[in-house]
Ligand binder design. Structure first.
Ligand code: ADE
Length: 456
């Protein structure tokens, strides 16, 4: 296992783990340092731990469901002895999930699920304040990104927790020798679930995985309200553009696209949706948006955002048709939705004009602006989904791991749903935390719903 720690200046030189943790302890401040003498990890700067801890605590205030689960886990220790390799966006919300799993008795090994989504202060606090092995650095290169995944796999996990299926893919290809101890896994996002289904269809998936994304208390809230708000947040933080009066072209009308279109419309944009699925296109039209092919949208958009899960959705012919100054961004999981190599080929030169804003000067003089290197803009330029919504997604994660501990060995090597009672329980706990009471059916109503003889 990699046992490196980065010095405060971002120096990557190797350091023994005890030294790493000593550094962590001396820099964490406020007496909150973790007392495990050996917390392996690779983070940018342990001196950021205090700031990270404060932000983790702030987000915890907005995660009441996860807090309730953590309190129970502390008492019951249902994950005692379990090793979990988690490849997730390293954010304040993820930190609170990791703390919850740790409270249940698990050892968590965390790496980032995107090279640009890590919050370095959070990674530092996880190592220094919470004693959670974390391998993640914002802006890490491709090689480091994969070496961090390998570090987590080499911890010999019983359970994997993925967001995009990169960890599972490495485990099933380059690191097959570490498969035998894995009981089961979870997958956070729709892109990851698509990849897992392809693996299951090809009969290469070697253990059962729960598709967290497909829980109602995940995609109906995280994808819709989380992506909707955090994507606009990312775009606004890096451009400071006025949305009112602009034309926003949204590629994809899944739950993320629906949420994003609603937010952009609410901010005064004219929303244009592009789709390849006729049902979704119809829904977008009936929700009040314009629906056209991308080739027709390209000349009109001020801002283009891809959220499709597919590749090359914005490509050469679209860049050529776009108007001067058009802004392009992606909020889908991978940075393949915008064909960046095609944009590079069309350009005479590029320069960074603001943080996370790259100006491409096309032959002929037109300028286009690419945000966040085409990586998910809500996490690259902002903080990802707010804690209030991640509360439900990560409650599903924690409860699903508890379920897998009990039942994982009896499940088929396939992609499974979050058990319905977990989904309901998360909704019930969320409502309770919001102080909302709902009706229960009367016994007469319950009986009525089970009969067929009463009609007109
Ligand atoms: N995915 C989107 N937003 C996130 C967040 N805040 N934390 C972890 N994963 C996320």
């Amino acid at each position: 296992m990699a046992r490196r720690s980065r010095a405060g200046n971002g120096d990557t030189s190797a350091a023994p783990s005890s030294e790493a943790s000593n550094k962590a302890r001396s820099r964490a401040g406020n007496g909150a340092a973790h007392d495990d003498p050996a917390v392996p990890g690779d983070v940018r700067d342990l001196s950021l731990a205090r700031e990270g801890r404060m932000r983790i605590e702030w987000s915890d205030r907005h995660m009441p469901v996860l807090r309730a689960i953590r309190a129970r886990f502390e008492k019951e220790r249902p994950l005692k002895g379990l090793r979990i390799a988690a490849c997730l966006h390293v954010t304040t919300e993820t930190a609170n999930l990791a703390r919850t799993l740790q409270a249940g008795g698990a050892r968590v090994f965390l790496c980032g699920s995107n090279p640009l989504s890590t919050q370095d202060d959070v990674a530092a606090a996880l190592v220094a304040s919470y004693g959670i092995s974390t391998y993640a650095i914002k802006g890490e290169d491709h090689k480091t990104y994969y070496s961090h995944i390998v570090s987590c796999i080499e911890a010999e996990p019983h359970v994997t927790m993925d967001d995009g299926c990169d960890l599972v893919t490495v485990l099933h290809t380059k690191k097959k020798d570490h498969l035998s101890g894995v009981i089961a896994g979870t997958e956070e996002t729709s892109t990851g679930v698509t990849r897992l289904r392809a693996m299951a269809a090809s009969r290469v998936l070697r253990y059962p995985v729960i598709a967290i994304n497909d829980a109602d208390t995940k995609h109906l809230f995280d994808n819709r309200y989380g992506t909707g708000q955090s994507t606009m947040d990312g775009v606004l933080r890096c451009t400071n553009m006025l949305v009112a009066g602009s034309t926003v072209v949204i590629a994809g009308y899944g739950w993320c696209g629906r949420g994003l279109a609603a937010r952009a419309k609410g901010m005064g944009a004219t929303v244009v949706v592009t789709e390849i699925d006729p049902l979704r296109a119809l829904e977008a039209r009936m929700d009040g948006h314009q629906v056209v092919a991308m080739s027709d949208a390209a000349p009109h958009g001020d801002l283009f955002i891809t959220v499709t899960g597919n590749k090359a959705v914005l490509r050469r012919e679209h860049f050529l048709a776009m108007k001067e100054g058009a802004i392009v961004a992606n909020s889908g999981h991978f940075n393949v939705e915008i064909d960046i190599p095609a944009l590079e080929r069309l350009a005479d030169g590029k320069r960074q004009v603001r943080p996370f804003v790259e100006e491409y000067k096309l032959k002929g003089g037109k300028r286009l602006y690419l945000l966040g290197e085409g990586r998910l803009i809500n996490l690259a330029a902002a903080e990802g989904h707010p804690a209030m919504v991640m509360d439900m997604s990560f409650a599903n994660q924690a409860l699903s791991v508890e379920y897998l501990r009990k039942k994982g060995r009896s499940l088929a090597k396939d992609v499974h749903s979050v058990p319905a009672d977990i989904d309901r329980e998360v909704a019930r706990l969320k409502l309770k935390s919001m102080g909302i009471e709902i009706d229960s059916p009367t016994s007469d109503q319950e009986r009525y719903m089970q009969t067929w003889s009463e009609g007109t």
